[in-house]
Design a protein around this ligand. Structure first.
Ligand SMILES: NC(=O)c1ccc[n+]([C@@H]2O[C@H](COP(=O)([O-])OP(=O)(O)OC[C@H]3O[C@@H](n4cnc5c(N)ncnc54)[C@H](O)[C@@H]3O)[C@@H](O)[C@H]2O)c1
Ligand SMILES: [Zn+2]
Length: 361
């Protein structure tokens, strides 16, 4: 099976990407020297689709498996549910050499990683991402966390998994809208790092949209390679890693301004990428032709490119001030200079307002 690694010294780990590999997970886990009892964390939706397969594979490899099911939804990514997970881990007597398995999308990955990083001062965990977003983004890089009533992802740790196990067949059951939303992050990697990936997305749209195995494997692999490279160079986001937030300043503001009800994350990021491209063009950094190329690609994958009228400019600007990426009042933006390359730049409120107005329907 082809394998790639996130290089972080003794905390390095492999990312395995292939089609229909849930059955092989148990055998793979035997290589790590975990103690006998493991815990699987999932939600009823994903567990119903893949739980029995994973459970069978892990048990037939000789492990005991505690299963922790938390309800499906972002609203359960909280400390309260972490506490429930701890309770199950203690009851099943997981020890310091036990490991947890996160089976699900980014919500399950984030909360499981957080629980793993704090249970008995930190135990190992394995990511088995089942959404496109989780496969190309949240399962790689070691950011874990939960939400607080006063802000999303405000409580968290950096805690790298020991293995990321990507079965691309899981995308066949993913709701279409979730799939397209995940593609926004793939487009993001093309813009910030890899013109070839961007062109591949332009040229192979039909294959990607019909979930052609080869096309999916290619874009997921390339996305993971890019994220792995960026994270290896800057694990804790003191500089370079911030480029992964391209499209996210405006994206998060849209999510906040709409109370997380109207846009999926990737949809908001798609709009945010178009806004950042306009901003960059207005700052004289990016050609109009490239702005158009970004917009066209976003639209061709059924993603939104514009800020709808019902979101007021004031609420967007207000939301951006609350963004945790804002350092001492300065708005930092990731601006493309051409497709495949970005720079980090401070942006004035005036310039931002102008670019946002250009994105309004
Ligand atoms: N840690 C990071 O670096 C990072 C990065 C980006 C996002 N995130 C976090 O990720 C979360 C969003 O993740 P998400 O978009 O995967 O959402 P999600 O985990 O809520 O999954 C979306 C929906 O799809 C369902 N689902 C998952 N896999 C399925 C499958 N194969 N078939 C059918 N249904 C399936 C889920 O049950 C859920 O209803 C947010 O909490 C966000 O903060 C974290
Ligand atoms: Zn994102």
């Amino acid at each position: 099976m082809p394998e790639m690694r996130v290089e972080l010294g003794e905390r390095s780990y492999p990312i395995v990407i292939a089609h229909r590999i849930m059955d092989d997970l148990g055998q793979e886990l035997k290589k790590f020297g975990f103690s006998r009892t493991l815990a699987l964390v999932s939600n009823p939706t994903v567990y119903g689709l893949y739980g029995s397969e994973v459970s069978r594979s892990v048990k037939s490899a000789g492990f005991d498996l505690a299963e922790v099911i938390i309800p499906d939804g972002e609203e359960y990514k909280t400390l309260r549910w972490v506490e429930n997970i701890y309770g199950e881990l203690l009851k099943a007597r997981l020890d310091r050499k036990s490991a947890m398995i996160a089976l699900g999308g980014g919500v399950i990955g984030d909360i499981t990683g957080y629980a793993a990083s704090t249970y008995m001062r930190g135990i190992d965990f394995v990511q088995v991402p089942t959404t496109l977003l989780a496969q190309v983004d949240s399962s790689v890089g070691g950011k874990t966390g939960v939400n607080h009533a006063l802000g999303k992802n405000m409580i968290g740790t950096f805690w790298q998994p020991r293995l990321v196990w990507v079965d691309i067949a899981t995308l066949e059951t993913l709701p279409r809208r979730e799939f397209l939303s995940g593609l926004a992050e793939v487009i993001k990697y093309g813009v910030i790092w890899d013109e070839k990936l961007f062109s591949f997305l332009e040229a192979h749209r039909d294959e990607v949209l019909r979930l052609d195995r080869g096309a999916l494997e290619h874009i997921i692999r390339r996305s993971c390679e890019i994220k792995a490279e960026v994270v290896s160079k800057d694990e804790r986001e003191s500089g370079l890693r911030a480029i992964l937030n391209f499209g996210h300043t405006v994206g998060h503001a849209i999510e906040t301004a709409t109370g997380y009800t109207k846009f999926l994350h990737g949809e908001a990021v798609a709009v945010g990428m178009c806004a950042a491209a306009s901003l960059s063009q207005q700052a004289g950094l990016l050609d109009m032709g490239d702005v158009q190329r970004i917009r066209s690609l976003v639209l061709s994958y059924g993603l939104p490119a514009e800020i709808p009228d019902y979101i007021g400019m004031d609420s967007l600007l207000e939301a951006m001030k609350l963004d945790k990426k804002v350092v001492s009042g300065q708005l930092k933006f990731i601006l493309p200079e051409k497709i495949g390359s970005v720079r980090i730049q401070q942006v004035s409120a005036g310039a931002l307002q102008k670019a946002l107005a250009a994105e309004k329907k």
